[in-house]
Design a protein around this ligand. Structure first.
Ligand SMILES: Nc1ncnc2c1ncn2[C@@H]1O[C@H](COP(=O)(O)OP(=O)(O)OP(=O)(O)O)[C@@H](O)[C@H]1O
Ligand SMILES: [Mg+2]
Length: 319
């Protein structure tokens, strides 16, 4: 029933006003959810995929969502190939990332970094090859999420926030949806995670009021809210200024001291990757052409790696 019909029934202005507000509010939420259904909601469902087990232990969630609770997961990628039509995007990718490592994938634009990351969280399916997480195959598995009990989240290159929700609502969305813990604890977690990314007290802002860099930081806080065992970042520094980039690097390093999670980062930002990573892989034209510690990568004699380091640092970095 429309507002005019309510008015014809002679209801008081207060009731109509109330109905109007609720109707408009719901309309905005549903419209936004429908608009984002293909991208954000779909991604968010997939983002939650594989989150089971220990996190539901306790209604208060004290101890259940706790930075000390995380565990790392190991990743093994074997002979992974992906085609989009004629475009052979991933070419025989072999890669091992042990549990608890901070691992970066660097390389020029269009080499398949994001596509590789999407395979790890099963957003893409390979044409051949396999990925094993904690030794269990991701694609050949007969049952859905067979034996997987780890929490993982991905910070997308595009941030993928819900525009109709506030910053705090975005960060707390998964905790509320899964009813992981009591409301007062959820608010604490939101505060904690926003503080970690330098957005203390910004819970009430709408995402439409944020700059690109702030959106990225909210997306990171949202991912951290679920306290993942495996966290994947796609270009986390792309829209950040140097100060925020430095803060993010320190946040990731700090998380490493307090959690055991495995972190995989795709980035163009070589200095950032060298600073925070245990090891790095360089991708070029769909292949991994070098893997090593920051020191090994800097000392690489591979001409493509040397060229990438030179062009991204303009020869400034000497050690
Ligand atoms: N869904 C898709 N359909 C068709 N082609 C795709 C799709 N996703 C990626 N590609 C193609 O795969 C190749 C690798 O893309 P990808 O996004 O992985 O590059 P990238 O290394 O992450 O680049 P950037 O650094 O610019 O983000 C590109 O040629 C791209 O056009
Ligand atoms: Mg990309």
């Amino acid at each position: 029933m429309g507002i005019a019909a309510w008015k014809r029934l002679g209801l008081s202005a207060v009731v109509v006003q109330l109905y109007d507000s609720i109707y408009t509010g719901l309309h905005v939420i549903f419209k936004s959810l429908i608009e984002q259904n293909k991208s954000t909601v779909g991604l968010f469902n997939k983002l939650m995929h594989g989150l089971t087990g220990s996190i539901f232990q306790n209604g208060e969630c004290e101890g259940a969502v706790n930075l000390y609770d995380t565990r790392g997961v190991s990743i093994k990628i074997e002979k992974l190939n992906k085609y989009y039509g004629e475009n052979h995007v991933l070419k025989d990718i072999d890669l091992e990332i042990p549990a608890g490592e901070t691992f970066s994938i660097i390389g020029p634009s269009g080499t398949g970094k994001s596509v590789l990351l999407k395979h790890i969280v099963k957003l893409e399916t390979p044409d051949s090859g396999e990925i094993y997480i904690d030794g269990l195959p991701v694609f050949q598995s007969k049952k859905k999420d067979d034996g997987r009990d780890y929490r993982y989240s991905m910070v997308f290159q595009s941030s993928a926030l819900f525009n109709s929700l506030t910053v705090g609502e975005n960060v707390g969305l998964w905790l509320r949806e899964k009813r992981v813990c009591k409301e007062h604890r959820i608010r604490e977690i939101i505060r904690e995670k926003l503080a970690l990314v330098g957005l203390e007290g910004k819970e009430g802002l709408r995402t439409s009021e944020l700059s690109g860099g702030m959106k990225k930081r909210v997306a990171i806080a949202r991912s951290l809210a679920m306290n993942p065992d495996l966290i994947l970042y796609d270009e986390p520094t792309a829209e950040l200024d140097p100060i925020n980039t430095d803060e993010l690097a320190n946040t990731i390093l700090k998380l490493k001291e307090t959690t055991k999670n495995t972190t995989v980062i795709v980035t163009h930002d070589l200095n950032f990757a060298l600073y925070i990573s245990d090891r790095l892989a360089m991708m070029h034209d769909g292949r991994i052409i070098e893997v090593g510690t920051p020191r090994e990568i800097k000392a690489s004699q591979n001409p493509v790696v040397k060229g990438f380091i030179y062009t991204t640092t303009k020869g400034i970095t000497k050690d």
